[in-house]
Structures are given as C-alpha cells and as structure tokens.
Design a protein around this ligand. Structure first.
Ligand SMILES: Nc1ncnc2c1ncn2[C@@H]1O[C@H](COP(=O)(O)OP(=O)(O)OP(=O)(O)O)[C@@H](O)[C@H]1O
Ligand SMILES: [Mg+2]
Length: 354
C-alpha cells in the first residue's frame, strides 16, 4: 500500500471495531474494516473494566482482518472525560500547551495531576482592556481511565499512538467537506451506541458543543428483558422487531411494545434536552440537520420520533460516503450495512491526517 495509513480502533460496549484508512493525494481510501463482538460487562459505561476480555477480542479482530499495522488511534467517551468551553488568556500555541495544566485547574472536577488534558481553540475574542482571549474546548480525561484502554490495546499486542475524544472523531467522519465555502453548516451529530450516546453540535466541522450520555440501545433491551422476564437475546430480538410507536399484535408483543415506547421516548427527551441546552447558550446558531449513526440508531421509529420532537430534519449518517473503497474483502452490501456503525473508527483514523 502506497502512502500513509492509519487505523482507528473503537472499543464499544457491544464490540471492538476498527477501520484502516490510507491517505493519498486528495483522497482517502478505506483499506480494511472489521468488528468482533465483546462479551457483556467487559466494557461498562464506556470504560474498559475487563482488559483481558477486550484484548482477546482485539486479537481476534487482528487475526480476522488483515490490517497493515499494529498501531492504533483510540477514542474515549464516558463519565470520566469532561468537555467544557473555557476562555484563556491568549498565548502562543507551544506556551499554551506547556502551561495548560496551570491554566485550567479551576475548571476541573479532578486534580490536574490525575487528568490528561487537551485544548481545542475555537476563536479569539477581545478581552477586558484590549487583551486577547482564546476561547476553546477543554478536554480533561481521567488518566486511569485512559490507561485502562491503552492497557487493553497493549495486552492485544498493539500500541496506541493517539487517544482522541470520541465525539471529535464523529465530527471528523460526518462533517461534509464539500459544504465548505457554502455558508455555515450547523449540525447535531448523534452516535447512539449500546450504552453510550455521543452528541456533538458542529459548525462547519468545528465542534461547538459536546454531550456524552450514558444511554443507548441496551437500555431498551434491558428494560424489555426485565419487564417481560425473558433472556436478553430474546428481548433484543423483540426490540429489533418492534421499534418505537408500533401497533403490536398479541399480549406479549403489546407489553413489550409499551416498554420500547417508554424507554425510547425518555431517550428522545434526553437528546432533545441536550440540544435545547446548546441552543440556550449564548452565540449558538440554529441546527439545520440531525445526523444519526451507531447501532442504537437502528431502532425502528427512533429517527422519525427525533425529527418530530426536535423539529429538525433527521438523516442516517454515512461516514464512508466520502471514502474510496479499497480491497476490504467486504461486499458492497456488507459495506452499506456497516457504514452507519463506522463513524467512530473512521473518524479516529481520520485524526491521523489532520
Ligand atoms: N436492527 C436493530 N434495531 C434496533 N437496535 C439495534 C439494531 N441493531 C443494533 N441495535 C442496537 O445497537 C446497539 C449497539 O450499537 P453499537 O454497536 O453502535 O454500540 P457500541 O459502540 O458497541 O457501544 P457503545 O458505543 O455504547 O459503547 C445495541 O444496543 C443493539 O441493540
Ligand atoms: Mg459506540
């Protein structure tokens, strides 16, 4: 393979997923894509809790899919990473980098020594007395949590070259570069997983607002299993058949349908609440589109319900849309099926190009 390439590895609740991209002149090619299921409980609330189980799944993924390298970029999204908009006194980039820890302690809910920090500049503003102020998004992640993921990767015989905030990866894979120069494009991207939902509002590719919710498709399955007293596999199958807002036949299906409806409605309300919060913040621009990705977005009726509730047009995202497809070994049908699940690994790999 000519040129540079990078692999994004998404460690999710339901499985590990990786995409290898190569970067040519003006084009990006999807070289490989693969996924392997994880046993329940290995990743909890977006955090690796059983690094051996995660490592075994990653090993299996590398054995299956012939990735060209053992170097990966991973993402984090859970309660142990916070993203906040902060204003800092302007300073040159290298100075900012070296003094970030001193600058931001007041904004953090954890001691600065226990955090991995990152700062994404958004814009420069005029401060008091003509001083320059740099507004940006501060990302602070618990070092232990990040190390947990790196450890699982290491145990699989791979190495981590970069750790990114998962919602930033989603922006990279879904913001449309063709739109540049056609005015501002403000979109809400919502990647719905099994237990983690990443919401990010971006303005022409620049993240403006990030919210990580510990909710997803698994909450619907768990509720159906609990309420009906049935095993998870059966609850999962019922959920996939039903979806939100269906008229079900038979007593069991009707009961399950009510559960899917209730949990689905609460989930939609959470997403709307997050978007309302963004819209209420000063300087926010109206959202023109909501783009849904992730396995959880496959829940029947979810897109429609979100559209009705938020009054914003909803569409299913295609992170592979702008990519050339190389010799992945996957059929066009398989590519189309996994496309909406690939926002995170594709976006992580794209981070190597920027
Ligand atoms: N056809 C379908 N209908 C409804 N839900 C579905 C369907 N297919 C998959 N799902 C749901 O998608 C969820 C898994 O999505 P995904 O693979 O994006 O999550 P993950 O990345 O492993 O987890 P997370 O991001 O939460 O850590 C599961 O809850 C599953 O029930
Ligand atoms: Mg996920």
């Amino acid at each position: 393979m000519a040129g540079r390439s990078a692999i994004g590895l998404d460690i999710g609740t339901s499985g590990v997923r990786a995409a290898e991209l190569s970067f040519g002149k003006g084009r990006v090619t999807l070289e490989k894509f693969g996924q392997v299921a994880l046993r329940s409980g290995a990743v909890r609330d977006g955090e690796v809790v059983d690094s051996d189980a995660v490592a075994a799944a990653i090993k299996q993924l590398w054995a299956h899919t012939k990735f060209s390298s053992k170097k990966v970029i991973i993402g984090v999204a859970n309660q142990k990473v916070i993203v906040r908009q902060v204003d800092l006194p302007w300073m040159p980039a290298d100075e900012l980098k070296s003094s970030l820890a001193f600058q931001v302690q007041d904004f953090l809910p954890m001691p600065v020594e226990q955090a991995v920090l990152d700062f994404h500049p958004l814009e420069e503003l005029a401060g008091e007395g003509g001083s320059r102020v740099l507004r940006g998004l501060l990302v602070a992640a618990s070092r232990d949590m990040v190390n947990g993921s790196i450890e699982a990767v290491r145990k699989a015989g791979l190495s981590t070259t970069m750790v990114d905030l998962t919602p930033f990866a989603v922006v990279r894979s879904l913001s449309d570069p063709d739109h540049l120069g056609m005015g501002t494009q403000v979109e809400a991207l919502v990647d719905v997983g099994a237990k983690v939902t990443n919401i990010v509002v971006h303005e022409s590719g620049v993240p403006r607002f990030v919210r990580i919710l510990l909710m997803g498709g698994q909450d619907v399955t768990d509720a159906v299993a609990d309420r009906m007293g049935i095993p998870h596999e059966q609850a999962e199958a019922m959920k996939q058949q039903l979806g939100i807002g269906v008229q079900a036949d038979g007593m069991d299906a009707q009961a399950a349908s009510r559960v899917v409806e209730a949990v689905g409605a609460a989930f939609v309300d959470e997403i709307r609440g997050s978007l309302d919060y963004y819209l209420a913040s000063s300087g926010s621009a109206p959202i023109s589109k909501l783009v849904l990705t992730g396995g959880g977005a496959r829940l029947g009726g979810l897109a429609q319900r979100l559209q009705v509730t938020t009054r914003v047009p909803v569409e299913i995202g295609s992170p592979m849309h702008g990519l050339q497809v190389g010799k992945t070994g996957l059929s066009p049908e398989q590519i189309a099926f996994v496309d909406p699940l690939a926002a995170v690994p594709v976006g992580l790999a794209l981070g190597a190009a920027s």
